[in-house]
Design a protein around this ligand. Structure first.
Ligand code: FA5
Ligand code: MG
Length: 387
């Protein structure tokens, strides 16, 4: 049996390898399905998950939250989109943004996919942690597989009546207090800001940003749950808040981890720096990650004309292709030039690829080979003409 077949055979998710024309799950993504980094107790994501669960246990001692961390990432389009009111035709439903197994099945693109089923099953206060999958750009804070933690808290009429608030006021203020408390528990004093946002499943909606490494990093989205979702769960006279946070982003800030690819590293120089129980409230006196020497980057540019009559090329598809060829050796993909030539009626793009390993120096030969593969697959699969 060859290696691919053996790996497919051993992976409990083997049945997502279908020949359905809609299937766009690459082998690189497929191999991430059984990794469950958030369940590894000595992994930074596992450590952070535990710390957040402990915060919720403390804060909601008398009305405890239930924690879910092993719900399958393979969900119906109904759960991933319809159940949270994502309208038909919304961009997030496109194969450009989402990994499809077949027409009715996707790799969840957010843990919100579980909100409605859990509410229907009777859960009222819960956290869901899991791996989520998105076709996206490539840089230090974006990865096609990452981990989210979803929080939902349902209130009953007596909760807001007792406090002489409207249901909306109660949900809104409880949401912000809970999340600001979480951020202070994790980081102590840190610069954060609320930004108005839009999600189909909440109103009002916000994003929380934290100042890190000289820029504002978006770490979570949240809001007051749309009434129609509660109606659907037979909770019409209730109110709820919900949030979804990115565990990698928070872990990067907490431990000072410079690149999101490191979470997938099996290098001991990375993994031995993390131990369950290492967290210190507010980060005070906590050991941060000490980067082992950074290896040199290697830059490669490619310029091409987009085909006039083809829609195959998109930036996400290019990133997906590069990821498939170079795996974790690609650090960033960036559009550095774009122009339209009216005479030819054609558009040219120039992308810069940054190749760098987190573990070792790359040889020229190795990078040239990767780049050659990318160039030829670009032509074969995305209908472009190299310049
Ligand atoms: C959502 O996924 C919503 N489901 C969040 C939500 C839940 C809103 C409940 C309201 C109520 P968004 O796409 O913004 O929202 O992602 C949430 C977080 O995931 C982001 O703030 C960010 O921390 C993280 N994230 C998003 N894309 C990536 C990526 N490619 N790599 C790493 N982290 C990411
Ligand atoms: Mg967002």
């Amino acid at each position: 049996m060859n290696h691919l077949l053996l790996r497919v055979f051993l992976n409990p998710y083997a049945d997502i390898f279908t020949d359905d024309p809609k299937n766009n799950v690459s082998e690189y993504i497929y191999e991430k399905l059984d990794k469950n980094l958030h369940l590894q107790t000595n992994h930074p994501l596992g450590i952070l998950k535990t710390v957040i669960e402990e915060y919720f246990s403390m804060r909601f001692k008398h009305k405890p939250f239930t924690f879910y961390d092993d719900l399958t990432p393979i969900v119906s389009t109904q759960a991933n989109f319809d159940s949270v009111l994502v309208p038909p035709g919304h961009v997030s439903r496109s194969s450009n943004d989402t990994y499809y197994v077949d027409d009715n099945t996707v790799l969840r693109c957010h843990t919100s996919a579980h909100q409605l089923e859990l509410l229907k099953s009777g859960a009222r206060r819960f956290l869901v942690t899991g791996d989520v999958y998105r076709r996206d750009s490539i840089d230090a804070t974006h990865f096609p597989v990452f981990h989210q933690m979803e929080g939902v808290c349902v209130f009953e009429p007596q909760d807001w009546e007792a406090r002489q608030l409207s249901s909306l006021e109660l949900a809104n203020s409880e949401l912000k207090i809970t999340l600001e408390g979480l951020v202070r528990h994790l980081f102590g004093e840190i610069q954060m800001r609320w930004v108005d946002a839009y999600f189909p499943f909440t109103e009002p909606s916000y994003e929380l940003e934290i100042f890190f490494n000289g820029e504002w990093l978006e770490v979570l989205g949240c809001g007051v749950m749309q009434k129609s979702i509660l109606d659907e769960a037979s909770l019409g006279n209730h109110r709820a808040w919900a949030f979804g946070l990115g565990l990698e982003r928070l872990a990067m800030i907490l431990f000072d981890i410079p690149d999101i690819r490191l979470f997938w590293s099996t290098d001991l120089r990375f993994s031995k720096q993390f131990k369950a129980g290492m967290f210190r409230a507010g980060g005070v006196g906590m050991q941060k990650f000490s980067s082992y020497s950074k290896f040199p980057p290697c830059y490669k540019d490619v310029s091409f004309w987009l085909a006039k009559d083809s829609t195959r090329f998109t930036e996400n598809t290019l990133c997906e292709l590069v990821r498939d060829v170079a795996g974790n050796l690609i650090e960033e993909v960036k559009l550095i030039d774009e122009f339209y030539n009216p005479k030819l009626d054609q558009t040219s793009n120039c992308f810069r690829f940054t190749y760098r390993s987190m573990e070792r120096s790359l040889t020229d030969d190795e990078v040239n080979q990767l780049q050659e593969q990318v160039r030829s697959r670009l032509v074969d699969e995305l209908d472009v003409t190299l310049r």
